[in-house]
Each structure stands twice: as C-alpha cells, then as structure tokens.
Design a protein around this ligand. Structure first.
Ligand code: PBG
Length: 332
C-alpha cells in the first residue's frame, strides 16, 4: 500500500488530530484487556506475598494468593495468566525430576486455579531452569546442554501440566524438536485441545535479569544461554524458528524480549498471519518501573505506550507484568 497525501493545504494532517473525538475515530490500533497475559510467580507456603526487589510491584505469591490473583484477573477480564515457580533450592537437582512431579508447586497451583476459576486460561512454562541445580533450561552433561535428553524431560513436564489442567503450554527452553515431541505426546495422551504457545524466537538477552532473581535462578546459573537462545544480531533466523515451530504444531508463537525486538514481531505477523505474542520481559518492566519511581517518566503513560507498540507491530497479545494495572485503567 502506498500512503496517499494530497499537497498542502488540501491535506492538513493536523485536522484529524485537532480533537479527541476525531483522534479516537481514526485510531488504527487499540489495546484491550483481551490482549493481556499476566505472568505470576508462585512460591511455597501460605498467605505469602513476597516482593521481588528488582521488579517493584511484583510479588512471589503462595498458592492461596495465586488463586486470589486468578480470581482478580478473571474479574478484570484478563483472559490468561502464566505461572512461573520459585522452587525451593533443596528441590533443584541435576536430573530436574521435580519438573515433572505431578504434585510440584506449579501443578498444584494449576489445579487450585482451575477449581476456583475454570474459565481463566492457565499458561505454563516448560523449561528445566527452575528445577535445575545449574540454572540451565536443559540437562548439562560434561558442561554441554544436551538437546534430545532435555526434550524427553520437557515432554514429561508437558504431560504433567496438561494433566493438572493447563490450557496453554509455553515452552521457553529453545531446544530443537521440542514442539513436535510435545504436540505428539499431547495428541496421544488425550489432550488434543491443549494449546502450545511456543517461545519460538527467544533471544539470549540481558533483559531477563530480574526474572532470574524472581525464580531464584540468578545465583544458580553457570555460564550463559547462548548455545540455545538466539543471537540478538539475527532476524531471518527468527522467521525460520517460527516456521519450524508452526510446522511442528505450535498454535501460537512468541517473540521475546518484546520492545527491543519489535521488528521481529512485525515481520512474523506480516509473514505468517498466525496468533503472535510478545513477552514484555522482566527487564523491560523493571526499567519502566525504576524510571517511574524516580519521577523521571510518567509510569502510566509509558506503560500504556509500550504496550500499544506491540499492538502496532502486529502482536495479538502481550505477556506483561503490568497486566492487572493496565486492565484496571482500560476498564475505567
Ligand atoms: C526460562 C525463562 C526466562 C524467562 C521466561 N522463562 C529466563 C531465561 O531464559 O533465562 C524470562 C522472562 C522475563 O524476563 O520476564 N525458561
């Protein structure tokens, strides 16, 4: 499409900006509560709301409080929440067996949420890092991340989450072949309607720092994740990863982080036309909150503007820690 503009003064683009009514009328993109997925950190215990210092405004919640948050999310019209467990360090092992324990924290939380608010979609995280003694998303054998053994474990993890009642499985591990393996296991396990939102284009990013604090993986992580997460210098590779995951049976795809990768969001939506999501990750959230708390930016404005950017880039929705705050504003 070639944008058309008559020569001045026939065209005065400011005419359409002169008042709120006309601005509202011609706005191309909208942000709605339907576009939000709220990531929540779960921890053991009862009655706990434990602040995450590097993510002001975000807490680790015990299961009872996660259920309260889920009820709140549903009341606000947020369609989905996503669970990330803060695992007791004593349960972290080299074989990561806690990851597919049907009674692990995450699976208990899924059951409790689905019992209280069945209509709220629950998304999970599939990766070994919360359970791995060395903080990696895959098994580490002789200093290397082993792909195929990891995929087998991720399949077990997926089935345990589906059994607990998860609606959306979110593989964030970046192993090769995991989507096909997970899809096959869900099909033959009787979970045909469980969806996969693949973290297809996930970059090895500095923006995950606060998240690793939140799930207690920062101290544990040995080395970096560059042998499985993508190089920030690559764009075409992201399209190949999206194409591959769709071919293997992903229902929806994700680009992560968000704000620094809006070009990828745009190319993915334009090129594939599939349900496309971005993850506004912990570091993006922390930067906005830190500047807002210092009085350097208007936090509410920047929050809304940052989320609108994802809609403009073509995303159908965003995983954002701002979800409840935004929903309250949008519902006003
Ligand atoms: C790990 C995982 C990470 C995030 C989601 N799942 C961190 C990582 O890859 O190290 C990051 C989310 C965020 O920063 O908000 N499987």
């Amino acid at each position: 499409m070639i944008p058309f503009l008559a020569p001045f003064p026939a065209a005065r683009p400011r005419r359409l900006r002169a008042g709120a009514a006309l601005r509202n009328l011609v706005r191309e993109h909208e942000l709605s509560v339907n576009d939000l997925i709220w990531p929540i950190f779960v921890r053991d215990g009862e009655g706990i709301e434990e602040p995450v210092p590097s993510m002001p405004g975000v807490d680790r919640l015990s299961v009872d409080n996660v259920v309260k948050a889920a009820i709140e999310a549903h009341a606000l019209g947020i369609p989905a929440i996503c669970l990330f467990p803060y695992t007791d360090p004593a349960l972290k092992t080299e074989d990561c067996a806690e990851a597919w324990n049907p009674e692990n924290l995450c699976n208990r939380a899924i059951r409790a949420i689905k019992a209280a608010v069945p209509d709220l979609a629950v998304m999970t995280d599939v990766a070994l890092d919360p359970y791995n003694i060395n903080g990696h998303d895959g098994f580490v054998i002789d200093g290397e991340i082993h792909n195929d053994e990891t995929v087998e474990a991720l399949v077990k993890m997926t089935l345990a989450q589906a059994e607990a009642g998860a609606d959306i499985i979110g593989p964030s591990d970046m192993m090769d072949g995991r989507i096909g393996a997970m899809r096959g296991a869900l099909e033959s396990g009787g979970y045909q309607n469980v969806t996969i939102l693949s973290y297809s284009a996930k970059y090895a990013s500095g923006f995950y720092g606060p998240f690793r604090d939140a799930v207690g993986a920062s101290g544990a992580l040995k080395g970096d994740k560059k042998t499985y997460q993508m190089d920030p210098g690559n764009a075409d590779e992201a399209l190949r990863m999206i194409a591959r995951d769709l071919a293997e049976g992903a229902d929806m795809v994700m680009i992560k982080p968000g704000m620094a990768y809006l070009d990828i969001c745009h190319r993915v939506k334009a090129g594939f036309g599939v349900p496309t999501f971005a993850y506004q990750v912990s570091g993006e959230y922390a930067m906005i909150q830190a500047a807002a708390l210092n009085g350097w930016i208007d936090g509410e404005k920047v929050m809304l503007e940052s989320l609108m950017a994802f809609r403009r880039a073509g995303c159908d929705g965003v995983l954002t820690y701002f979800a409840p705050q935004v929903a309250r504003i949008l519902n006003r």
